[in-house]
Design a protein around this ligand. Sequence first.
Ligand code: SF4
Ligand code: SF4
Length: 173
Amino acid sequence: MTADAPPSDPALIAELTALGEALAARDDHADLAARLEWLIDLLILRGTLPASFRRLAAKVKGTGERSVVRLATFRDKHAIPSADIDCAARIPLCGGRCCSFDVTLSAQDLADHLPFDITQPYALPRTDGRCVCMDADGACTVYANRPGACRAYDCRTDPRVWIDFDARIPTPR
Ligand code: SF4
Ligand code: SF4
């Protein structure tokens, strides 16, 4: 993946350019403009669009009020230290409930091809209330590339998880 990779599909370029021009001319386009912006970001990160396309996103953003789209801003998630917690031994108690909490993805996560739901930009997708990256045994299937929020999270003082971490007493669900 390179940020300035040449466009791979001229039809896509033409479609996005036309969409951008149309949106820039409207004043009631905030939600669509935000969607276009993250779509362009995603395609740039995946090497499908050249980085110059950010100018189109900026032009579209120039009018109207933007929707709120969350995006984590960790510079390098791999530099984030994780708490030293014996998760494997505790999962029968906690049920791995940290992996049912909201997680916001970063640009680095998109570059790592973590799951992405086009209808919920930058929210780590969940199914049945659990992260889609969690396997049936409660293990993280993307552990080496897990998001920064997962790395930074520390359940030890989180009352949603533990009544008493040291005494191994989980909070009732
Ligand atoms: S809730 Fe805490 S102990 Fe349980 S899996 Fe998550 S980090 Fe590990
Ligand atoms: S990415 Fe891994 S650690 Fe993070 S919520 Fe999903 S399963 Fe849990």
